[in-house]
Ligand binder design. Structure first.
Ligand code: ADP
Length: 154
């Protein structure tokens, strides 16, 4: 069975992430969306909120599992039996960053392959960072995120 881990911050999940997962489902039998939970990295939303939005989005897709994790991504792959890491590429900036991580992971565990999928043209300029900025400034974030992302900022 081809299992891919799709790691990220998903703070929050965007239409760009959704696009990559949807495309990934045509290649892999199962995708584990792994929410990286780094205590040093400040996130806008809690892990619980981020997880719930993705769970609601894939409520009718049993081939997508959502988990939170800490530590090395490659070690977590072993835990969930993932033989692939799925990553999305928007621009050459993503590529440069992703290439070094993929090589480092390959050195650590040679049996796990990183697979890159290109962002669809409609989504290549969406990032969680921009979406967070729109949210905190009261903009129309709904254009960039799936419908399950409902935000109540007190
Ligand atoms: P990270 O903090 O690891 O970069 P993100 O949540 O920002 O986590 O992204 C997770 C993955 O989704 C990364 O591979 C990233 O390149 C990809 N991604 C993010 N936004 C898009 C997008 N708009 N189109 C395609 N891939 C994307």
């Amino acid at each position: 069975m081809k299992i891919a881990l799709f790691p990220g911050s998903f703070d929050p999940i965007t239409k760009g992430h959704f696009d990559i997962i949807t495309k990934g489902l045509r290649i892999f039998d199962k995708i584990v969306v792994a929410i990286g939970h780094n205590t040093n990295k400040k996130s806008l939303f809690s892990v619980e909120e981020r997880k719930k939005w993705i769970e609601d989005l894939f409520i009718n897709e049993p081939r997508v599992e959502i988990v939170a994790y800490t530590g090395l991504t490659i070690e977590f792959c072993k835990k969930v039996n993932a033989n692939f890491i799925l990553r999305g590429l928007r621009t050459s900036v993503d590529f440069d960053y992703e290439q070094s991580i993929a090589y480092a992971n390959k050195e650590l565990v040679s049996t796990i392959e990183t697979v890159f999928l290109l962002s669809s043209p409609a989504y290549f300029n969406i990032s969680s960072t921009i979406v967070r900025d729109i949210i905190v400034n009261g903009g129309e974030y709904q254009k960039f995120v799936p419908d399950t992302v409902v935000i109540n900022l007190e």
